[in-house]
Design a protein around this ligand. Structure first.
Ligand code: UDP
Ligand code: MG
Length: 140
């Protein structure tokens, strides 16, 4: 399997509870390398654009409000099959459905406040990385 890069966000519920290191340990234990990382306060404009794919969903407004409620940590993760591997480490969207040992099973509070975002495909990974990082900020 090829080396890939995927985009990750440690969400406000997790930064607020000081879980950045514990979540990063999960990525590293799974063989994912953090090749770019920064802590930012997302703006409403960024949140709205980033989640534009969900614009028509009933939770869109609440999701955007949540994403700007506290700082987030945006990241690029690199490794063999990183996109799928990260989705496995994250666990299901709803923590009630997430497998044991996954980030969402251990840390998520609810289907909305679910601690992490991860890209779902190569195209979205490339788009989402470029949305938050310049090439110079990514050091593999
Ligand atoms: N979300 C929500 N309610 C739902 C489904 C999703 O609040 O019923 C939020 C949740 O924070 C989720 C994000 O919207 O992580 C994006 O949803 P998606 O279906 O893409 O889930 P993900 O890819 O994050 O697992
Ligand atoms: Mg998604």
């Amino acid at each position: 399997m090829a080396i890939e890069r995927t985009f990750s966000i440690i969400k406000p519920d997790a930064t607020k509870r000081n879980l950045t290191g514990k979540i990063n340990a999960k990525f590293e234990e799974a063989g994912l390398r953090i090749v770019a990382q920064k802590r930012i306060q997302m703006t409403m404009e960024q949140a709205g654009q980033f989640y534009a794919v969900h614009k028509e969903r009933p939770f869109y407004g609440e999701l955007c409000e949540f994403m700007v409620s506290e700082p987030v940590v945006v990241q690029v993760l690199e490794g063999e099959g990183a996109i799928l591997k990260n989705r496995e480490v994250m666990g299901a969207t709803n923590p009630a459905d997430a497998a044991d040992g996954t980030i969402r099973k251990e840390f998520a509070l609810s289907v909305g406040e679910n601690s992490v975002h991860g890209s779902d495909a190569p195209e979205t990974a490339a788009e989402e990385i470029a949305f938050f990082f310049s090439g110079l900020e990514i050091v593999g």
